[in-house]
Design a binder for this molecule. Structure first.
Ligand SMILES: O=C(O)CCC(=O)C(=O)O
Ligand SMILES: [Fe+2]
Length: 341
């Protein structure tokens, strides 16, 4: 694995504030209060106390982000030492975990004369343009993975949350599934994405961020409208004992919401959907049961090195650990922030 980086906007942009339903830019308290004064007023944030609660949320999130690298390595080393796996055999991806339809799809895509038209016969209808569905994992694998995740949740190992929008998910890397996801991306998914998303670096997806999202009444029940920090996203449904929780898609992030008509997609157990990371989407509330999905944000440094999808500028690279946000240094200026390495 080469060296990967984050863009410095990671420390200033996309601070999700659920109460305001937005992703904010946070450079300083003064900037935030000026830039968002209207929104704060609209949401009834007039007292110092209420505004202060938003500001401390932002400060905590900034600290979390600044400490992410060291905290991640620390958790990983504790987990590697202490965690007793329930199903050790599932930590390396084996063909038997995959549905025959998925293997047929990948085999078709591997052929040198495979075409976009030809691949359609291996895909399921989603009713959403440019969103493709196909069975991925067997029932038995999904069941074992859920058992493993529950077992991990119950252990006293430290848990790093996957992102700011979902508080009860898990990082697949921390639980020990990084090699599994790398195999899934390189040996399987990349053959499909090369055909379906060539303009999004589908043939050069060189890193990923994979995590579990969990929705349960009393915890997180939905996910706000957003785009992913990914070129292409694979989202596999791992459970079927819940109600509600449909996914909805709008348009690309460049299209304003009022000009967007949303379409819904209902997850199907073991089935994965594939979409462009910048295709806006969200998850509707569940109203019973528990919903777990495996989300793999696949990244192409070739694409993102040109423009950071989070700030829309040429990325200003900062060293980090692991895959960072999937940027690589091709003769670019690197900001060396020692405390973050
Ligand atoms: O819950 C889902 O199905 C969507 C999750 C998602 O979009 C994300 O985590 O980026
Ligand atoms: Fe997403």
């Amino acid at each position: 694995m080469g060296e990967f980086y984050v863009c410095s906007c990671f420390y200033t942009h996309n601070f999700y504030i659920k109460e305001l339903g937005l992703h904010a830019i946070y450079i300083s308290k003064e900037q935030f209060l000026i830039q968002y004064s209207k929104v704060l007023k609209q949401h009834g944030y007039s007292t110092d106390e209420r505004i202060q609660s938003i500001l401390s949320q932002l400060e905590n999130e900034l600290q979390r982000r600044e400490n992410l690298g060291p905290a991640f390595l620390h958790r990983k080393s504790i987990i590697r030492e202490k965690y007793k796996m329930l199903h050790p055999e599932i930590f390396q991806l084996k063909t038997e975990f995959l549905q025959p339809e998925f293997l047929n799809l990948v085999n078709y895509c591997k052929q040198s004369d495979a075409t976009v038209g030809g691949v359609m016969q291996y895909l399921e209808e989603t009713q959403v343009k440019n969103v493709y569905a196909f069975p991925v994992f067997t029932d038995s694998f999904c069941r074992k993975l859920i058992e493993e995740l529950a077992h991990f949740e119950e252990s006293d190992c430290p848990k790093g949350r996957s992102n700011t929008m979902n508080h009860y998910g898990l990082s697949m890397d921390e639980v020990g599934f990084n090699d599994f996801i790398t195999t899934l991306r390189v040996e399987y998914m990349q053959h499909i994405t090369r055909l379906l998303f060539p303009e999004w670096g589908g043939g050069n997806l060189d890193s990923h961020k994979a995590f579990i999202v969990k929705y349960k009444v009393g915890e997180d029940i939905d996910l706000g409208y957003h785009y992913d920090n990914a070129e292409v996203t694979l989202n596999v449904s791992l459970t079927d004992n819940y109600q509600g929780g449909s996914l909805y898609f709008g348009d690309m992030r460049t299209v304003p919401l009022p000009d967007t008509e949303c379409s819904e997609y209902n997850h199907v157990y073991g089935v994965g959907i594939l979409h462009r990371g910048q295709h806006m989407h969200g998850a509707l509330p569940i109203y019973s049961g528990v919903r777990y999905n495996l989300i793999t944000w696949m990244r192409s440094s070739k694409i993102r090195n040109q423009l950071c999808p989070m700030c829309n500028n040429k990325p200003d690279l900062v060293k980090t650990v692991g895959y960072g946000d999937g940027f690589t240094a091709d003769a670019q200026q690197i900001t060396d922030v020692c405390s973050l390495t």
